[in-house]
Ligand binder design. Sequence first.
Ligand SMILES: *Cc1c(COP(=O)(O)O)cnc(C)c1O
Length: 447
Amino acid sequence: MKLRGTMKVNLAGHLEIGGYDAVQLARDFGTPLYVMDEAMIREICGQYRASFIMKHHAEVFYASKAFLTMAMCRIIEQEGLGLDVVSGGELYTAIKAKFPPGRICFHGNNKQLDELRLALEYGVGRIVVDNYREIEMLGSLAEQMGRTAEVLLRVSPGVEAHTHEYIKTGQIDSKFGFTVPNGQALDAVKRCLAVKSLELRGIHCHIGSQVFEMESFGYTAGIMMELARDIYRETGLEIKELNLGGGFGIYYAEGDEPSRIEKYAEAVTDAIARKAGEYGLKPPRLMIEPGRSIVGEAGTTLYTVGSTKEIPGVRKYVAVDGGMSDNPRHALYQARYEACLANRMNSPAEEKVAITGKCCESGDMLIWDLPLPKVEAGDILAVACTGAYNYSMSMNYNRLCRPAVVLVQDGAAEVIVERENYEDLLRNDRIPKRLRQAKPVRLASRR
Ligand SMILES: *Cc1c(COP(=O)(O)O)cnc(C)c1O
C-alpha cells in the first residue's frame, strides 16, 4: 500500500496517521473507524488556494457531498474555500457550523420549494438553476420574499469526461442542466433574463469525476466560452462567472496517475484566456468545485479482521467488521482500493486474499485481490483513500451502526462524528398502537 499524507510506519511496525498509531486508534475508538488526516486536507486546500485563488483570482468551492460534517465545514471555512451543497440537509449542516452563507453555492436537479426558501432565507451566495421548473419556482419565491437570487445556469455541454479521455457527444444524455448543443441552454438564459428577481451571473457545468486528463477540462472550458459568446451575441449579456464543477482525479490503487493541481489550473485558465481573446470577451471569473481530491486520499478506514473462509484452489475470503455499509463504492462501481495490516507493516506479503464485509450480500466486497501477510483474526486492516464518498454514502443496511469519524493531527485524535449505537437505529421507529398487544395467530392445522 502506498503511504500518503502524514502516514508512516513507526518503531513498533505499526501504521501511523497524523502522528497517531493506527492500532491504538482502533483500540481507543473501536472499529470500523474512519480516520481523517487533517494536515493532508489542509495541504491540498493550500494547493488549490495557491494555484487557483491566488494565481488566477478564481473561487474554489469544496463539493461537500464527498464528505460533510460540521467539523469539515470549519476546516473549509478556515482554509478560505467556499462550500457546495446539494440539499437542505447539507445546507443546514453548513449553517449550523456557522459557515458564511455568502460562500455557499447551492446545486441540485430537483430542489424542493422549502430547500429554495431555506437558501434564500440564509442568503446563500449562488443558486445553480438546473431546469425550467426551477426558474419559475425560484423566480416567484424570490419575488414573494423581496429578494434577488444570484444564479448560475447549469448546462450540459456535450462533453463527458472519463478517467483518461473525454467524449464529445452532440446530445449528451444527462439528467442535469440545460443541453448546450440543441440550443436549450441559450433558451434558458433568455427565460432567466425575463425574470426580474433572478440575477444571472454565469454558467456552470460538471463533466464527470475521477478525471486524469487535464485536456478534458481545457476542452470543456473552451466549449463553455463558446456558449458565453453565443449568449453575448444573442442577448447582450456578458457572462461574469464560469463554474467548471469538480472531477479532479486522485490515486486509489496502482495504475491511477493523477495530474497536479497546478496543471489543472493552467489547463482551464489558458483555455479561457485563449477563447476570450478569440471572441473579444472579458474573461469571466473562474470557479471550480473539487470534492474527491480534497478529502479522498486523506481518509483511511480501519477494520478488525474476523472470520476467514478458504476455498482451496479458488480464493480466501477475509471478513472485516464493516463493508458495503461504510464503503459502498466497490459494490456501486467496482472501485479499487489498496490496504495493509496496520499492526504488521513490516511483514512481507504471503497470500492474496479477498476482503469482504459482514453484510448479507455477495456483492459486499471491498477488495478482490489483496496481497497481505498471513492474516489472522484480530489483525487491523487499513483501507486507504476512503475519505471521499464513503462516510457520505454510508448506510444502515442490515442495521449496522455507522462508524465513528476521527480527525487526527500532530499525535492527537478527536471524534468529529460519534459512532452510532442501537438506540440511534431505533430513534425514528414507531409501533402503531394496534400492534403493541400480543395477538398470536391461530394456526388451525397445527396438531
Ligand atoms: C459531484 C460534483 C462535484 C465534485 O466532484 P468530485 O469528482 O468529487 O471533485 C462538483 N460539482 C458538482 C456539480 C458535482 O455534482
